[in-house]
Ligand binder design. Sequence first.
Ligand code: 5GP
Ligand code: ZN
Length: 111
Amino acid sequence: MDCLFCKIVAGNIPAQIVAKNDFVTAFNDITPQAPTHILIIPNQHFENIGQVAIKDEKLVGQMFQMAEEIAVDKKLTGYRTVLNTGASAGQSVFHAHIHLLAGRAFAWPPG
Ligand code: 5GP
Ligand code: ZN
């Protein structure tokens, strides 16, 4: 399958890996939108977070556990998680991912 994030999990495309276990990988976003901008993805390919939730609900929790562990490790005082699901919502890579953003103020409502 021609998937960018599957290639990052396999080590075929370089990325700055932040954390990895048997199920989930975290790496720095190539175009950071905040001082901390990390993508947290399942090692297995799912098109979006909705598909992860339907097919492996435990894996959704494992992704958010890694987000929290990174936040504790990096002593983040707060962080925003973003999940773009579908092209109309801004998803551009169709391998499920959580954006973990921190290190600046965030507006609400989001843009
Ligand atoms: P989406 O738009 O699907 O919610 O988020 C995809 C994210 O993947 C974007 O923030 C984009 O900067 C990031 N991205 C795209 N290509 C690469 C890449 O080759 N390496 C890394 N580390 N991030 C990428
Ligand atoms: Zn993939």
